[in-house]
Ligand binder design. Sequence first.
Ligand code: NDP
Length: 331
Amino acid sequence: MNKAIILKNRPIGKPQLSDFKFSNEEIPKITENEILLKIKFVSVDPYLRGRMSDAKSYVEPFKLGEPVASGCIAEVMESKNESFKKGDFVSGLLKWKEFQVSDGKQLLKIDDSELPLSAHLGVLGMTGLTAYFGLMEIGKPKEGETIVVSGAAGAVGSVVGQIGKILGCRVVGIAGTDEKVALLKSKFGFDEAINYNTTKKMTQEIAALCPDGVDVYFDNVGGTISDSVHENINRFGRIVVCGAISTYNDTSLPIGPRVQGFLIKQSVLMQGFIVGNYAEMFPEGIEYLSTWLKEGKLTFTETVVEGFDAIPKAFIELFEGKNKGKMIVKV
Ligand code: NDP
């Protein structure tokens, strides 16, 4: 049989397991130019929360009653398409279905000769590219500057901090547990890190760990954590608005300090972005990230959850901070 995970309800607040249901279908047959894929690794990502609601956004919402889709790695089981053969591995946007048919367009052939296949969903995939382009194209850090990263121990944040160190910056991370704080310093080379769950005076703590102020803030979380970083931004600082996970489950519009005042007074640039804005430059990003990986300047970690049935749970756990590095489901 062929299991699929269907979006049953649009989540209200934090997503629940009951928002998803499993269905069983026949394994599909392929025709000319098609390939049959079996899912191997599934990327669960915070942005999927946005697609589960029907609010207007930069991508279409998922349809109720249909399978959810995300970045996945699959194995070619059968092929009637001359570009693919049985046993090839591909990555691309695929449905949460054990088996599916594809015409191969939009899929990228990958191999595990240098890195595990799952790295193509993280450090060499969407989250690594988000870190690279957000930091380089908007943050534009200069040697000796101070970068603060929120969501620092996650897939995007851990790469941002390491690129900051490669560029010769002071890097301070913000994350949700002492274990993550230790990991940031020991594995990813951050100069300092803050546990936002146990630090009472965030603004003062950031000031203490950034004695020269904050030149670049790479924001993955938004909310009150970001309010405290904003208070420490230097003149001509850059705020890279990558994500706002702390507000994704809000049911009303979050209200906080108005930002115009400090943006004007400090001449600060604050810019949001979507990684897809840089699609034409992806080969450049992959080239830099792979070179740093080969040179041992960049490393990565994954939290791997096992089994197709665990996909919804792994997705929900992103909002509980259960992952260190990239959250991956191994089917
Ligand atoms: P992560 O691997 O960072 O996983 C999510 C992490 O967010 C959790 O581990 C948790 O860590 C933290 N978190 C969860 N809830 C809260 C909260 N209420 N307050 C503060 N932190 C919280 O995810 P990604 O690296 O994949 O994504 C990071 C951010 O970047 C997300 O906001 C995502 O939407 C965004 N993004 C944007 C892209 C773009 O194109 N603009 C592309 C990819 C991602 P902790 O224990 O530290 O709380």
